[in-house]
Ligand binder design. Structure first.
Ligand code: MLT
Ligand code: ZN
Length: 477
């Protein structure tokens, strides 16, 4: 047994330190793309123990990888295969530290499951609006580490916008208590925003103070059909003006997505079976008045849109059960694709005004280079964030298709970049997009990122091999 392993056992108690073999469930990412190894996996009970673990790792020059619910898509939480790292699991750190309804804030530890954070808020008569497919198993620490997005960003913002304060263990094993519930605090550099989205490469987030919102009194949901993506974007402008801040979600699906959902979830809802329109969007309105107020707003805004030919058809949910059924379509989309076999996933964003142009251009480009590939484009149209996924041509095999992943993704990412967009809107960089990043960031931006990393983690022990290459190599886009 190594000296470090014994030291960790002494620090945390033997039952909270696992060997590489015992830690096997944590060493493969959700997609099964990466498999790592560790010297030990540890489950500290509190922030002081996290800090002590970090100090011990520093003494032994051991890398530290922090993992939440292991639901990330970029391999950010999977250690490398060297077996030298200590994997830090914060599952025992799931306490609610404070609920302050006058300040509309909630302070919770990083190991809390997102759904339980939502429940704590609801039990206090408030809304914590971060919402995403993995909410039953992802943790707040992972949401903060990746600046998670989800389906309510349009109204409430990403995890970053929902966070007022953080507690962080530094790469030296100090504790920074920045758990301030302040909406205004202009006292120098914003350390909080540095740590959020840093994927465990700058510090270890152990707790956060989050913003709460009023619980909506009513919700209204509709699945809308459009003749073109351009029409959906025009409708979105109209809906923003008409609904104002009540517009909570505007999620895109295509006719091909609905067909895939029918095939893989035959018991699920089957709207618009006979529709000829190619584009659909799930719209949600949260209303702070009443059901009838929400319905009136819906009728006015959708009626105007029909008159102005901004909308081809609409299916309005007339009960909570119907609304949930429509949401099921959107939520089952990733799983439907998984059941259909491996496909190439992309998580791009472009300015909303350029979404239609991006899709038209990129679809044509892919058909020219990879004839017959099938497009499953869905996601957060209200944020300009599309999951631009590409499946194998009929008559070809998944394996043959996946062999072109790199070449095809390069076209997609170059196109997003050329349209003023990002190659990772909400899933982060991790190890999956590590080598691509220099192609799309300026030398100045990469250098600033490297210098921040160097200043906060000079020994490079925090989540090495993620987000930043050790050497900048500027690409040539
Ligand atoms: C989603 O919005 O459904 C996810 O971010 C996409 C995914 O899991 O691939
Ligand atoms: Zn998404």
């Amino acid at each position: 047994m190594s000296e470090l392993f014994a030291g960790l056992q002494q620090l945390l108690g033997a039952s909270h330190v696992q060997s590489c073999e015992q830690a096997a469930p944590y060493l493969t990412d959700k997609q099964g793309h990466y498999v790592g190894a560790v010297l030990a996996a540890v489950h500290p009970a509190n922030t002081q123990e996290v800090a002590a673990v970090v100090r011990l790792c520093v003494q032994h020059n051991a890398p530290i990888v922090v993992q939440g619910g292991n639901t990330g898509l970029m391999g950010a939480a999977t250690p490398d295969a060297s077996g030298t790292a200590v994997l830090l699991l914060l599952d025992r750190m799931n306490r609610v530290r404070e609920v302050d309804t006058d300040n509309d804030t909630l302070t919770v530890e990083a190991g809390c499951i997102l759904q339980s954070v939502q429940d704590v808020a609801r039990n206090a008569g408030r809304l914590f609006p971060l919402s995403l497919g993995a909410e039953g198993s992802c943790t707040l620490g992972g949401n903060l580490g990746t600046n998670a997005g989800g389906t309510a960003v349009l109204r409430y913002g990403n995890t970053r916008e929902l966070t007022l304060g953080l507690e962080v263990v530094t790469a030296q094993g100090e504790i920074w208590n920045g758990l301030r519930g302040l909406r205004k605090d202009n006292t120098g550099y914003d350390l909080r925003d540095l740590f959020i989205g840093s994927e465990g490469t700058l510090g270890i987030i152990t707790a956060a103070t989050l913003k709460l919102f009023p619980l909506p009194k009513a919700q209204a949901t509709a699945l809308l059909a459009f003749e073109s993506l351009g029409q959906a974007v025009e409708f979105l402008s109209h809906a923003r003006a008409g609904f104002g801040a009540s517009l909570t979600a505007f999620e895109l699906l295509t006719a091909d997505c609905l067909a895939l959902l029918r095939e893989h979830f035959p018991q699920g809802p089957q709207p618009f079976i006979k529709a000829t329109q190619p584009w659909f969007a799930l719209l949600e309105l949260s209303d702070n008045h009443s059901d009838s107020h929400a319905r009136d707003a819906f009728e006015t805004v959708l009626g105007e849109a029909f008159d102005a030919e901004l909308l081809a058809d609409a299916l309005i949910a007339d009960s909570l059960a119907q609304s949930e059924a429509l949401w099921q379509l959107r939520e089952n989309m990733s799983e439907a694709q998984k059941r259909a076999g491996r496909n190439m996933k992309h998580d791009i964003s472009v300015p909303i005004s350029r979404v239609a142009e991006f899709v038209e251009h990129t679809n044509a480009l892919l058909q020219a280079h990879f004839p017959g590939v099938r497009h499953y484009t869905f996601g957060h149209l209200g944020d300009g964030n599309l999951h631009y996924n590409v499946a194998h041509p009929i008559g070809s095999t998944v394996e043959a298709h996946m062999a072109h992943y790199e070449a095809l993704s390069l076209l997609v990412h170059d196109s997003a970049h050329a349209h003023g967009g990002s190659i990772s809107a909400e899933h982060g960089i991790g190890q999956r997009k590590l080598a691509m990043l220099p192609r799309y960031k300026s030398a100045v931006e990469l250098d600033l990122m490297q210098r921040i990393k160097q200043a906060l983690d000079p020994r490079g022990l925090l989540n090495p091999g993620k987000v930043l290459l050790s050497q900048n190599v500027k690409g040539n886009v």
